[in-house]
Design a protein around this ligand. Structure first.
Ligand code: AMP
Length: 179
């Protein structure tokens, strides 16, 4: 399996959820065992020697490959969710979206000062969601934060936003935003 073959397995859905958006649908790649394994193995290869203790997944597509990688790394898995979904006490961060604001939550006490964290999501677009997740994990007070997405949409400056804020970012696949 090559990165090119995995990209070819990702379905592009034009005008979803609104006109003008080229939606990258990873479900077609996830359904192919060899693509799913490639995503897991490629992440494990990149992160196995960094002492990761927790993978923090962003709802909801960060919950798919994230836990499989956590098991391989001997790490735990912590979810970041939309408001009102987590049952115990939470910490939260609100951030500006194109239209209005959004809030994300994580359980209080889910991470500690010794944790080396990998925050994971499926796609990096403008980087707004990942930057908010970084702020949330910072609030929890951990030792080190890495961030990763399966796909980086090039041309939206998400990486610039993260790296400009000193965030360590890596992605498995790069796709032009209009492709
Ligand atoms: P952003 O905060 O702009 O980086 O957006 C990232 C989040 O929105 C991720 O959780 C993605 O799953 C989703 N997303 C943004 N753009 C797309 C797209 N073109 N196709 C699929 N998902 C997207």
């Amino acid at each position: 399996m090559t990165a090119k073959e995995v990209i070819a397995a990702i379905r592009n859905v034009p005008d979803f959820p609104i006109p003008g958006i080229q939606f990258k649908d990873i479900t077609t790649a996830l359904a192919k065992p060899e693509c799913l394994q490639w995503m897991r193995d490629e992440m494990v290869r990149r992160y196995k020697d960094l002492g990761i203790t927790q993978i923090v997944g962003i709802e909801s597509r960060g919950f798919i490959v994230g836990p499989a990688v956590a098991i391989e790394l001997g790490a735990g898995f912590v979810p970041i969710r939309k408001p009102g979904k987590l049952p115990a006490e939470t910490i939260s961060v609100s951030y500006e979206k194109e239209y209005g604001t959004d809030t994300i939550e994580m359980h209080k006490g889910a991470l500690n000062e010794n944790d080396v964290v990998l925050i994971h999501d499926d796609i990096l677009a403008t980087g707004g969601s990942m930057m908010a997740a970084v702020e949330l994990v910072k609030k929890a007070g951990v030792k080190k934060i890495y961030t990763n997405c399966l796909i980086e949409l090039e041309g939206l400056n998400g990486r610039k936003l993260l790296e400009g804020n000193g965030v360590d970012f890596d992605c498995l696949l790069e796709i032009e935003v209009d492709e």
